[in-house]
Write a new protein. Structure first.
Length: 281
């Protein structure tokens, strides 16, 4: 006894990007969560993963949680690590025709004796699903109220981008730079085994490459790569309408994608930007 496990879903008639932005904006929870549930950011990690949140449901039930994983427009996973509850939760986002299917999964255990006693006479999973149903309804109203503003901000017909996949920095000492980023930003360092190191900022990365001699970074090298939500064929059409030329990418082996799902454009300064589909199955 003392376990709470549930999976609840709702169909929302709004774009997945809009729903994802709203659900991951923890600071806005007071606008659509029940007044008795209070969420407070204790620490916002630059890499998202590791962000700490204090939650209180009513006067006695309190716990601490940490963001453990995320995938843009797909997933926000939060672990309950201390307090009244211990376990895992996840918001899942699925793009559907005309909208978004939002699912809230929870698998936690009571971490207080009095709460375990309550669970023997009350079906906590059923109570949770009832509360989530109300939260879904409030979310729908919140989305409706703010949809005009979302449309206004996204009405220029531009390309939807989920983030920067990676930046390449030419540095004089890879190890020294890697240690600096790890110390200052708490990022994960991954050695590529060829003298280069990737710094992982959530789903984004910086690749540290040793600068050789008096080498000055060439603007014809790939400096960063964009992960796209918009389908590639639509991207090409949008770029054509805006007069942006699609060009052949550089012969830079570590940036070239062999699956032909990436192409290149140049910014006004001549730096190459690689555009890659975010839908890779």
């Amino acid at each position: 006894m003392g376990e709470l496990k549930a999976k609840d879903s709702v169909q929302l008639n709004y774009p997945v990007d809009y729903v994802y932005r709203t659900v991951t904006d923890i600071a806005s929870y007071s606008k659509w969560w029940p007044h008795e549930v209070k969420s407070e950011l204790e620490y916002l990690d630059p890499a998202i993963i590791g962000t700490r949140i204090n939650v209180q449901n009513g006067p006695f039930v309190k716990w601490k949680s940490v963001v453990s994983a995320f995938k843009t427009n797909r997933l926000l996973a939060i672990d309950y690590v201390e307090g009244a509850w211990i376990g895992k939760t996840a918001w899942r986002f699925e793009e559907t025709p005309g909208g978004t299917k939002l699912t809230m999964e929870i698998d936690i255990s009571c971490n207080r004796l009095w709460l375990k006693a309550v669970s023997k006479v009350i079906n906590l999973s059923r109570m949770h699903s009832k509360q989530i149903s109300g939260i879904f309804a409030n979310l729908g109203k919140h989305l409706e109220r703010n949809f005009e503003e979302y449309n206004r901000q996204n009405s220029n017909g531009g390309i939807s981008v989920s983030g920067i996949d990676h930046l390449i920095l030419h540095v004089s000492d890879v190890n020294r730079s890697a240690l600096f980023y790890k110390d200052v930003f708490r990022v994960e360092n991954i050695s590529n085994g060829n003298g280069e190191t990737s710094l992982k900022f959530g789903s984004q990365k910086i690749l540290l490459v040793r600068q050789n001699g008096n080498h000055t970074p060439n603007k014809d090298e790939v400096i960063f790569r964009m992960e796209l939500n918009t389908p590639l064929e639509k991207v090409r059409s949008i770029l054509k309408d805006k007069g942006v030329e699609v060009i052949t990418g550089p012969l830079y082996a570590k940036a070239i994608n062999t699956n032909n799902d990436m192409f290149f454009i140049k910014d006004p300064d001549g730096y190459l930007i690689a555009l890659r589909s975010n839908n890779r199955g």
